[in-house]
Design a protein around this ligand. Structure first.
Ligand code: Q9C
Ligand code: ZN
Length: 335
């Protein structure tokens, strides 16, 4: 399968994150990007589709914040990565405050999404990779892989979170719609629920969001991804959440996948976007499923069996030594 990326994606390199009350090395490391390129080969460069497709999903004030946050952090006399510590619940007040810590809180859902010097360029490059891979699919490729990093599925229209700054899958979906593909299915198979993607399309009946993930009762992001979240208004029924318990292996995963694929078929989608995370892997350092490499090939084969034009977008996966092989196994499902 052809794959696309931008060298700037390697330049996002936060030093650390807050994990269970203490500092740990930032799990979403540039080494992930290098590991995937190592196994898959260099692939093809992303082309620049500009800011408009990003602004079709994300709030202009949020995008402006992402672009200036690190500079404001430095201007405030800080070292290291920009990180917040106040999160004003749900829209506490719509105040446009100047202090960097207040700004971060207004545009963040957690403290695991630091902004480093080159975060914006990397996130921008990742979004362009998704748009370039989409262009290949709309141009007739059966499937294409956007080697996105940083990932995207936890960030919403106006907030970052879960190592995500720009929602690559959502940006591709809206770009496809702008090019006349209206009925779209997004299948999210990352270990974590794709809360940002769900939020963006929650009221949209044209875009099905189906996700298989660790039960949010026990796992991040906790407040999204429960089975009773099914969409709202025109989007009622176009969100499908299939939470699974920690320890899930292929025998439990496969039936959930079949349920999700049935929903994709039922939606009558003309385009499938897969948010693929390899953090369902048994040896993932921050996750608790038990999938093995061969399961990813089976997963890819079943998804390819839908026969839909498919854009695969990279999300999480933190067992860096196995990441390239796991991604290759999944993409191998397309033959
Ligand atoms: N102790 C993706 O896989 N963990 N994001 C926060 C918890 C956040 C994962 C720390 C996990 C986000 C794209
Ligand atoms: Zn994840």
């Amino acid at each position: 399968m052809r794959h696309f990326s931008d060298p700037a994606q390697a330049r996002h390199a936060p030093a650390r994150e807050l994990h269970n009350g203490d500092w740990t090395a930032f799990a979403e490391s540039p080494a992930r990007f290098a590991a995937m390129l190592d196994t898959l080969g260099p692939g093809e460069p992303a082309r620049d589709f500009g800011l408009d497709p990003i602004l079709a999903v994300h709030d202009p004030a949020y995008v402006a914040f992402l672009r200036e946050a690190h500079r404001l952090w430095r201007a405030a006399g800080r070292e290291g990565d920009a990180m917040g510590y106040v999160f004003p619940v749900v829209g506490r007040r719509a105040l446009d405050l100047d202090r960097i810590d207040a700004k971060i809180g207004a545009f963040a859902m957690d403290a695991s999404t630091p902004i480093a010097e080159h975060t914006w360029e990397a996130a921008y490059g990742g979004a362009q990779s998704a748009l370039t891979a989409l262009d290949a699919v709309l141009g007739g490729e059966t499937a294409a892989f956007a080697l996105c990093r940083p990932p995207g599925h936890h960030c919403g229209a106006d907030y970052m979170g879960g190592y995500c700054y720009l929602n690559n899958a959502a940006i591709a979906a809206r770009a496809a719609q702008a090019r006349g593909v209206s009925r779209i299915a997004i299948l999210d198979v990352d270990y974590h629920h794709g809360n940002g993607t769900q939020d963006i399309f929650y009221g949209d009946g044209e875009v099905l969001f189906a996700s298989i993930h660790a039960d949010p009762k026990t796992d991040y992001p906790f407040y999204w991804g429960h089975a009773d979240e099914r969409g709202a208004g025109a989007g009622e029924g176009a969100t499908l959440n299939l939470p699974l318990p920690q320890g899930t292996d292929w025998s439990t995963y496969a039936p959930a996948l079949d349920t999700a694929l049935e929903a994709v078929r039922g939606h009558g989608a003309d385009l499938l976007i897969v948010s693929y995370g390899a953090d369902t892997f048994a040896r993932d350092p921050i996750s608790h499923f038990s999938l093995v490499r061969e399961d990813y090939t089976a997963m890819g084969q079943r998804i390819a069996g839908l026969g839909l034009p498919t854009l695969v977008v990279m999300e999480g996966g933190y067992a860096v030594d196995a990441l390239g092989a796991n991604v290759a196994a999944f993409l191998g499902g397309w033959g």
